[in-house]
Write a protein that binds this ligand. Sequence first.
Ligand SMILES: [Zn+2]
Length: 97
Amino acid sequence: MQCSRCNHHHTQKIGLSRHKRQRWMCMGCHRTFGDKDLRLIDPKIKALALAMYAEGIAARKIERLLHVSHNAVLWLGAQRSCWQSTSSCARQRSSGH
Ligand SMILES: [Zn+2]
């Protein structure tokens, strides 16, 4: 699990919320968060959100249109440079297969 705020990988399970969802705490920024936000978005929705974001559509609008959290959209936007570039990230990804 990766922290949605600082992208720290060192996160820890801290039990279940009262809605029986797994709660996590980031060891980097000590933020707590649930597991619903980022990781469970359909890849197709992700790509769509990213494309919309790239077109300059506001994250909150995308949130309404695609029913994803605007935090997720912003997070995706932050990953965008990596996503689109043909440099190290992309090469790493393709060579990983
Ligand atoms: Zn964090």
